[in-house]
Design a protein around this ligand. Structure first.
Ligand code: AMP
Length: 211
């Protein structure tokens, strides 16, 4: 089964993908994580995109598509696409790559959240520098540390200025995907303002894994 998670940055796509991967046999394809790894390893790609990412701009389609194709080549049957596709050319490329593998997108889920809530979530998000776990400083369970012992950091693109810009980028470049998928597969909209576990249960119901 292949699922695309759409939604503003900070809507909880990464958190929901993590929960699903823990419970079901999905390959988590987070292009944001892949790009951050390239930056951390200071690869030529990482060096080329670092500045643009911290400003909230998208990476070029060809560069992102190449990364995703490397993962698809592993031949897994179930993927969760988190943060990919973000443009129509990426969506077209994904459709073609999956059809070559005799696969298709089964569900497109749109995690809906207001812009105000997104800005609040992004600027209060912390990420473990070691295992990538995602935290929010306003969560009751937030302790300021990660169980793996890694340091919690603020992503360079979670500043107020970059967060606002990312929302504009979403409206311009990613929002058209909603119509694109609405007219083919259909888009299931979920209320992402709820607590993560509740959103997870809604996702399970939307993809037929729970009644
Ligand atoms: P994310 O972790 O999904 O919020 O992604 C962080 C940043 O990585 C984005 O703001 C973009 O700069 C870049 N990025 C991630 N996925 C894509 C994509 N599919 N297309 C272009 N840029 C991307």
């Amino acid at each position: 089964m292949n699922i695309i998670l759409l939604g503003y940055p900070g809507a909880g796509k990464g958190t929901q993908a993590e929960i699903l991967v823990k419970e079901y046999d999905f390959e988590h394809i987070s292009t944001g994580d892949m790009i951050r790894k390239e930056i951390a390893l200071a690869t030529p790609l990482g060096k080329a995109v670092e500045k643009g990412i911290s400003q909230g701009n998208l990476v070029r389609d060809e560069q992102i598509i190449k990364l995703v194709e490397q993962v698809l080549k592993r031949g897994r049957q179930s993927h969760i696409f988190d943060g990919f596709p973000r443009t129509i050319p990426q969506a077209e490329s994904l459709r073609i790559s999956l059809s070559v593998l005799r696969q298709k997108i089964d569900y497109v889920l749109f995690l809906e959240l207001s812009k105000e809530e997104v800005i609040k979530r992004l600027t209060s998000r912390r990420v473990c520098s070691k295992c990538g776990a995602i935290f929010n400083i306003y969560d009751k369970s937030f302790t300021g540390s990660c169980s793996c012992g890694g340091n919690l950091i603020t992503r360079s693109d979670d500043t107020l200025e970059s967060a606002k810009h990312r929302l504009e980028v979403f409206e311009k470049q990613t929002r058209p995907l909603v119509d694109y998928y609405e007219s083919s597969i259909g888009v299931k909209r979920l209320d992402a303002s709820k607590e993560a576990r509740e959103v997870h249960n809604e996702i399970l119901r939307a993809i037929g894994l729970k009644k």
